[in-house]
Design a protein around this ligand. Structure first.
Ligand code: DGY
Length: 323
């Protein structure tokens, strides 16, 4: 039976075609000028949604009386109210696995960029300031051999640890509820508590999901526990960090630098002090943003949506309610 599908983020034409072959499809992105009314109208009729980066909690979905499935083109599911979806019997699918390596590349790029001051120095050259050999004031710090703490040791955290341990000879400490057995990294990776990880590491990287338990996890106390001169990298979600506390730790020189792909409010507001802070390398949430990976995510999410609307349980379903 044909159902109503609302696509709320641009999809490649061939994937849109797959949806249109079986269902009646409306494309409306509420973030685009003028598309909010069409989005709201389609949401009221929709059986299936596909897209990402839009908050769809209980209030937003109140009028979506026919909704059966949301297929999120993201691995993170913090834009949804999982309890509400479970209560209403709405299936939620996401895109784990296909973005792991790309997101780990992004996190590692931030480790390199902050430690070696890559963006700052590239801009320095661009500004015509390279008029003689650089002095110590522009030196960075090594990455290889430094101790890395990975907070959250799911697929992405493990992929970051692999790069660090196998490629850069870095001892890795990880913080995770459960011990993770990684035979290839035996002897190079150790599970510790958060306080020990913060106190021992030269570089701390966040790779954990945003939940009510992790919201605001990194505050004044946690930044103070980090080593003087340490580097902080966030490739997870901005709301895990109390941004004023991070700024204070950078401003008083306790932290050397921060590399941030994610922020409490995105896009980062123009008046955010993080945008132009001399010790911050800020990226526009590019964790998974390569042509190959975004394509793979869109494909996986499309397949999951079609399966769920057909009453089959997708492998990517976080909860499944047969329509
Ligand atoms: C994800 O997949 O969760 C990325 O952060 C994009 O939102």
């Amino acid at each position: 039976m044909r159902k109503n599908v609302l696509v709320f983020r641009a999809l490649p034409d061939d994937l849109l075609g797959r949806l249109q072959a079986d269902h009646d499809v409306t494309v409306a992105d509420p973030r685009r000028p003028g598309q909010l009314p069409a989005f709201r109208a389609a949401l009221a009729q929709a059986h299936g949604l596909i897209g990402s980066s839009v908050r769809l909690g209980a209030a937003e979905l109140a009028g979506a009386a026919q909704l059966q499935v949301i297929s999120s083109i993201s691995v993170g599911v913090d834009n949804y109210d999982l309890e509400h979806l479970a209560r209403r019997g709405i299936t939620l699918c996401h895109t784990p696995g296909v973005l792991t390596e790309t997101t780990a590349d992004t996190v590692f790029s931030l480790i390199m960029a902050t430690s070696r001051r890559l963006v700052e120095l590239a801009n320095w050259v661009r500004d015509g300031r390279w008029t003689k050999n650089i002095g110590e004031d522009l030196f960075g710090s090594d990455v290889h051999g430094k101790t890395l703490a990975v907070i959250g040791f799911g697929r992405i955290g493990q992929a970051v640890a692999r790069r660090a341990a196998l490629g850069f000879g870095m001892p890795v400490l990880y913080v995770n509820e459960a011990e993770v057995g990684l035979p290839a990294l035996a002897g190079q990776v150790r599970r510790v508590g958060l306080d020990e990880a913060l106190a021992q590491a030269d570089i701390v990287a966040l790779t954990l999901p945003l939940t009510e338990q992790t919201r605001g996890l990194m505050g004044e106390r946690e930044f103070a526990r980090m080593k003087p001169g340490a580097i902080f990298v966030n490739g997870a979600r901005g709301a895990i960090v109390q941004e004023p506390a991070l700024l204070a730790a950078l401003d008083r020189g306790h932290l050397r630098a921060a590399g941030l792909d994610v922020f409490a409010t995105e896009p980062l507001p123009l008046d955010s002090p993080l945008r132009r802070h001399p010790r911050v390398t800020a990226l526009p949430h590019i964790g998974s943003a390569t042509h190959e990976t975004r394509r793979a995510m869109a494909e996986l999410a499309t397949t999951s949506l079609l399966q769920a609307l057909a009453g089959q349980r997708p492998a990517t379903a976080m909860n499944f309610a047969r329509p």
